[in-house]
Design a protein around this ligand. Structure first.
Ligand code: AMP
Length: 614
């Protein structure tokens, strides 16, 4: 034991930056985890070589690697020479056969246990990522490293609870009978989560039954009421992504009166009907008029600044990802939390979980993730090479990336993705031991995102085309458009700016007026119908994206936009209308020229599972 304690303290010190205050004592249970991180990051190249050999050995007889001509080789040189880089579209024929029930070893030597549905889409539908049983262990391992690292910076997190809003989403079966569901739904429904032993670091205020309830309202209501009842125990408040936590705050704004009434009487609203949720909440909810009064006092004033710390006064930080597309929510979260630190602890995807933030209390702008070399085999395509298509000969190993450079992430996984382009762009910011650390720069080709939706330029173009067909009978067309992810309200929504042209303008009548309101409202809905299934699911099932808005701007606005860009140094020859705008002066210019604005009058079509008509 004495040896363990000694090792662990040194390990803890290694993980802290030199500028950090005095190290917190490391618990024995954490020492093993911290030592594991040190081991994995000390010689990443050796770990990566072993991981690749393991992956290639277990997948040696797969159709995919056989077709590549690997002939059972497990060494890097042969792998590099024979295996091409692949996109989802390259793998789709293989994936489709697995989904249809072909159980032969196509991509993976181990049986595919289910499909994880990514928020990345292909032809408008969620990508299906094959996974295998033992990936759960790898994910679990990465989760288990988070709190030992956090404890180095914020000790005492085991003395209370986490109010973490966790949700499952709907799942479907593929024609061959495999489950298809998001990775977190798969994790929460697994025995790893459901039958987890008590862990003082991850002691949630939300009962498991509430987390597992597929009805978004009931799940949120139950999690919120339990979080309120245990308000003094709560040491951290979070959700996976920033947008999820903001939805929870919005939910409180809309439902505090009912929540307070339930707490006053100790009886859960009949709107929560799921028997297992009612039973779980009944174990926690007791009549408490004092608490009900606190909630009413805090929520009725209409002042929501600092509401998180007012309701949960012992909160030390927000546990929420605010890197990448989520950075747009940082100011709003600061407002609601009175400036609490935001901890981005993990970088992960449906394809594979990647790594950890070893300085979780750093400012969001400084977050870097250390890729753990045991998770998969990592390679990196330099962005200059990626820009011109890129080929496998340009890939760089984890141990050979260069400080400051940007790369596209390419992975080879135990589950059978080989040299797969994830689509994330990362920049090397430093090293922990020999392990490079990366800033998440962006996801390639994402124009608009409110939560997990990712809309690219081509999708937006198609949506505008589809909607503008409704204008034709009115003799009008869309001459120019751009867009904005509007996140000042919760939930956020897409705003599309349209400049219209009337083909045969009546005297003194602009195109905007030539088209009636109802048609323009319908155009909003048509655009939504044309967007990908993740967008439509967020609108319909989750309510996490608000109705799409079209703002018609007056004729000549886009010319003014060009003039503005040119006045700031853009070349006339090269100027292209930006299809998404974020620069505040440009947004102000557009907004000052709006002649009418229109919202989608209904929900777009969405059903669980893949659409057959696309
Ligand atoms: P999904 O395939 O739906 O699981 O989404 C995975 C993607 O979400 C990743 O490839 C990233 O683009 C994004 N993502 C995941 N974790 C983070 C993070 N910590 N910071 C920024 N983006 C992230």
């Amino acid at each position: 034991m004495a040896v363990m304690a000694e090792v662990s303290t040194t390990t803890g010190a290694a993980l802290r930056s030199p500028a950090s205050p005095a190290p917190a004592p490391v618990k024995e249970g954490d020492a093993e985890k911290l030592r594991f991180i040190e081991e994995m990051t000390s010689d990443v190249d050796a770990v990566q070589e072993r991981v690749l050999a393991e992956i290639l050995a277990r997948n040696a007889d797969t159709e995919y690697l056989t077709n590549c001509g690997l002939a059972g080789a497990t060494d890097r040189a042969t792998f590099r020479a024979k295996v091409p880089m692949a996109t989802y579209e390259d793998l789709q024929p293989y994936i489709r056969r697995i989904a249809d029930g072909d159980r032969s070893p196509i991509l993976s030597g181990h049986p595919v246990s289910e499909f994880l549905t990514s928020s990345g889409t292909s032809a408008g539908e969620r990508k299906l990522m094959p996974t295998i049983e033992d990936e759960l262990n790898r994910r679990q391992l990465l989760y288990s490293l988070q709190m030992p690292v956090m404890n180095l910076y914020v000790p005492g997190m085991d003395k209370g609870k986490a109010l973490h809003f966790l949700f499952v989403k709907s799942e479907t079966k593929t024609p061959g009978g495999l489950a298809a569901r998001p990775v977190l739904t798969s994790y929460y429904k697994s025995n790893h989560f459901k039958n987890r032993p008590f862990d003082a670091y991850n002691n949630y205020t939300s009962p498991t039954a509430a987390i597992l309830c597929a009805d978004a309202f009931q799940s949120m209501y139950a999690q919120m009421v339990c979080g309120l009842v245990q308000r003094h125990d709560v040491l951290r408040v979070g959700a996976v992504f920033a947008s999820g936590l903001l939805r929870a705050i919005r939910f409180l704004q809309l439902n505090w009166e009912q929540l307070a009434a339930d707490i006053e009487t100790g009886a859960l609203t009949p709107r929560v009907t799921d028997p297992s949720v009612r039973e779980a909440v009944a174990d926690i909810l007791r009549p408490d008029s004092e608490l009900a009064a606190v909630i009413r006092a805090e929520c009725s004033s209409g002042d929501w600044a600092g509401i998180i710390t007012r309701i949960w006064p012992n909160t030390k930080y927000l546990d929420v990802i605010v890197t990448g597309a989520m950075a747009q929510y940082i100011p709003t979260l600061k407002y609601y939390s009175g400036g609490l630190p935001m901890a981005c602890t993990m970088y992960a995807s449906s394809e594979c979980y990647f790594g950890l933030n070893l300085r979780p209390m750093c400012d969001p702008s400084e977050v870097s993730y250390t890729l753990m070399p045991n998770m998969c085999y990592f390679e990196f395509l330099p962005m200059d090479a990626a820009a011109s298509g890129g080929d496998a000969s340009q890939l760089v190993d984890l141990a050979r990336v260069e400080l400051g450079r940007e790369y596209e992430l390419v992975i080879t996984t135990y589950a059978g993705l080989n040299r797969y382009r994830v689509g994330d762009v990362l920049q090397v910011t430093g090293f922990h031991n020999s392990a490079p650390q990366f800033r998440f720069v962006r996801r390639k080709n994402v124009l608009l995102s409110i939560e997990s939706d990712k809309t690219d330029e081509a999708e937006l173009q198609r949506a505008v085309e589809r909607a503008s067909a409704l204008l034709r009978p009115h003799g009008a067309t869309v001459v120019e458009y751009t867009s904005q992810a509007y996140t000042k309200s919760i939930p956020g929504h897409y705003v599309i700016y349209w400049e219209l042209l009337a083909k045969t303008p009546a005297d003194g009548v602009g195109a905007g007026e030539a088209v009636d309101r109802e048609t323009l409202d319908q155009c909003c809905l048509q655009m939504e119908e044309a967007l990908n299934s993740v967008y439509r699911q967020s609108r319909v099932a989750d309510g996490s994206i608000g109705p799409l808005e079209i703002r018609v701007v007056r004729p000549g606005t886009f010319e003014e936009l060009m003039d503005y860009a040119i006045s700031r140094g853009a070349s006339i020859n090269q100027y292209k209308v930006p299809r998404c705008v974020t620069f505040p002066p440009i947004i102000e210019l557009l907004d000052s020229r709006v002649v009418s604005s229109h919202f989608s009058p209904a929900l777009p079509h969405w059903t669980p599972g893949q659409r057959n008509d696309d």
